[in-house]
Design a protein around this ligand. Structure first.
Ligand SMILES: Cc1ncc(C[n+]2csc(CCOP(=O)(O)OP(=O)(O)O)c2C)c(N)n1
Ligand SMILES: [Mg+2]
Length: 615
């Protein structure tokens, strides 16, 4: 007879999770770094009790906002290159739906996170319970059905034994490089507390190692032939290079073939900024060096990238006439825009492609032209980031100060506003993972909670969060959690008194400044928000830097501070770096009372003619 153990479904879940292991650099570690939890009636009695029982093996962390705790979990997984992840448990109703935005963020960025929202009673007897969304037409719908389109795997646990196949499926998805993304197990409140005789074998320790699919022979031969025929090939490195830990292989590939490399937001730091053939950022927020090559290239080897519009310049930069090879672990990404697919792990794929090329090199003139372009770009970038004593510095000048004071080896983290574009262009990344951009979803409010997750993953590293005033106001509560957990962050808050980048976009599309900067929004009193006092009230060490010079002093001081430090600096909302960059498709109204809008539309119509339309 099979040995069994009688546990509640919630106890079985936490026990199972604590026994899933991984190996990183020869060290055996639990694959689940812990569970974020905000309790309510939907999870406190069931999951809450089970987490308490497992607290020595599966730590529980409390946060202030469900979305933020999922952001922290997601950043933890990203910093761990998807080799470890965290879970987040909530009550039913608002606690659960607060996770939905974070689920979408993880889905877009292909990052593993285990979401465990509570759900209504499976037995339906006490219905409608507090926070239950009732549907008169469908008794099987609950608020958690919102998770379906933003989960890679969704299940609702209505019987205790269902957790057995559900957890195995969850682990497959969370550890598979192609399927990877959020898993939602909606846990009916009564079922969390129901007991079952689980087989003891279910709780045996299991080791999960990353899978590295190798290329198909025919796809490899076709990709090698296409490359050999190319005169001006260019590599676009995406986040998949980092997740595959393929940086060394990418450097070898570039060196041996002479093909220049450029990086997406997700792929930045795949190579250090100063690597010989690294042209750095490509696309809408790209460097002059990378975008000149992208415009001229006849073949793009896209490695581990989703080819989103910021990378392709809305397909006007990667215009018609260029071939694309899609080296990607996921067939969906590999075959986009009629690319020649090369479905494989980035490291394995690059290594086999290098072999298949048999010593072939790109024309020398193309490689040397690339190197010269990079040197010219560095001068432009230097000018944008140089120290200044102007009253209101630009984002770029603040970035320069952060780089000079803290170097390239911090983990620099950001997500939304004007900063992502400026940082993509101007930040000189160091080793792989030193640049952490959430730019798949570009979710305002990711930054501080994300910084916390990154610090949990790498407590020995200096984690620097750069955030705008808008994003800060949207979600800042985990400053208090960082202080509570002793996880020190350095947060640089750029206060330009509003949604600066959207105001600039509004103007660039011909519209008047309206409803973005605080001064342009309907108001009785113009807000003067004291961010220093706000951050201090959450427990941070908070200072205002009145100039770039003061900022550099404060940044140096922050390194030796014992708690999270928030440094606030006023910046100019109207300035962004003109050098580099490429067109981005943002639809301009076809008719308008405003002459400026009509003029912008005329320009827009011209630009759109350069777009590749599925060819
Ligand atoms: C959750 C969310 N809401 C709205 C947006 C659209 N959006 C992108 S940037 C931005 C303004 C950000 O303001 P701030 O953080 O102050 O940065 P700034 O633009 O001033 O640099 C907005 C509203 C978004 N990315 N995320
Ligand atoms: Mg702002």
């Amino acid at each position: 007879m099979t040995a069994t153990i009688r546990l509640t479904m919630a106890q079985a879940l936490t026990r199972y999770l604590s026994r899933q292991m991984t190996e990183i650099d020869g060290e055996r570690l639990p694959i689940v770094g812990g569970v974020w939890a905000i309790f309510g009636h939907g999870n406190v009695a069931g999951i809450g009790e089970a987490l308490w029982q497992e607290r020595e093996h599966l730590p529980t962390f409390r946060a202030h906002n469900e979305q933020a705790m999922a952001h922290a979990a997601i950043a933890y997984a990203k910093t761990n290159m998807r080799r470890r992840f965290m879970a987040a448990t909530t009550s039913i109703g608002p606690g659960a739906t607060n996770l939905v935005t974070a689920a979408a963020l993880a889905h877009v960025n292909r990052l593993p996170v285990l979401l465990l929202p509570g759900d209504v009673f499976a037995n339906r007897i006490p219905d409608p319970v507090l926070q239950q969304v009732e549907h008169s037409s469908d008794g099987t719908i609950s608020a958690n059905d919102c998770f379906r389109p933003v989960s890679r795997y969704f299940d609702r646990i209505t019987r205790p034994e269902q957790i057995i196949p559900a957890l195995q499926r969850a682990m497959q998805v969370l550890t598979d490089p192609a399927e990877c993304g959020p898993v939602t197990l909606a846990l009916c409140q009564d079922v969390q507390a129901e007991a079952y005789d689980y087989p003891e074998s279910f709780f045996e320790e299991r080791l999960w190692t990353p899978r590295r699919p190798r290329p198909d022979r025919a796809e490899l031969a076709a990709a090698a032939a296409a490359l050999k025929a190319a005169k001006k090939p260019l590599i676009v490195a995406g986040g998949g290079v980092l997740y595959s830990v393929a940086s060394d292989e990418l450097a070898r590939f570039a060196m041996q073939t002479g093909i220049p490399v450029c990086e997406t937001q997700g792929g930045k730091s795949a190579l250090p900024d100063d690597a010989a053939l690294n042209m750095a950022a490509v696309g809408v927020t790209g460097t002059g060096a990378a975008n000149r090559l992208a415009a001229e290239a006849d073949l793009i080897l896209a490695v581990g990238t989703r080819l989103q519009d910021f990378t392709t310049g809305s397909w006007a930069l990667f215009a018609a006439g260029k071939s694309v090879i899609g080296l990607n672990v996921q067939a969906f990404d590999a075959g986009k825009h009629r690319a020649l697919p090369l479905v494989a792990d980035a490291r394995e794929g690059l290594a086999e492609l290098r072999d298949a090329l048999g010593g072939w090199m790109a024309p020398e003139s193309w490689t040397s032209d690339a190197k010269a372009g990079k040197a010219a770009w560095r001068k432009e970038a230097q000018a944008a980031t140089a120290a200044t004593n102007v009253a209101l510095p630009s984002d770029a000048q603040v970035i320069g100060a952060v780089q000079r004071s803290l170097g390239s080896e911090v983990i620099l983290l950001h997500a939304a506003g004007g900063l992502p574009g400026e940082l993509h262009k101007l930040w000189q990344a160091g080793s792989p993972g030193s640049y952490h951009a959430e730019y798949g979803f570009s979710c305002m409010g990711y930054e501080i909670a994300g910084g916390l997750g990154a610090k949990m993953a790498r407590p020995e590293r200096e984690v620097v969060v750069m955030v705008g005033d808008g994003s800060y106001l949207m979600m800042n509560s985990e400053i208090a959690t960082s202080v509570m957990l002793g996880l020190r962050l350095t947060i640089v808050l750029l206060d330009n008194r509003g949604f600066g980048c959207i105001n600039r976009l509004q103007n660039a599309t011909g519209s008047a400044s309206f409803n973005n900067l605080l001064k342009d929004a309907r108001h009785e009193t113009l807000p003067e928000i004291d961010f220093v006092q706000h951050a201090a009230s959450l427990g941070a060490i908070a200072v205002k830097a009145a100039s770039i010079a003061e900022l550099e002093v404060a940044l140096t001081q922050a390194k030796t501070n014992t708690r999270t430090t928030v440094i606030v600096i006023d910046t100019d909302p109207l300035v962004s770096t003109g050098a580099g960059g490429a067109w981005w498709d943002v639809a301009v109204p076809e008719v308008s009372e405003r002459a400026e809008v009509r003029a912008a539309r005329a320009q827009y119509d011209i630009k759109r003619q350069h777009q590749r339309v599925g060819n």
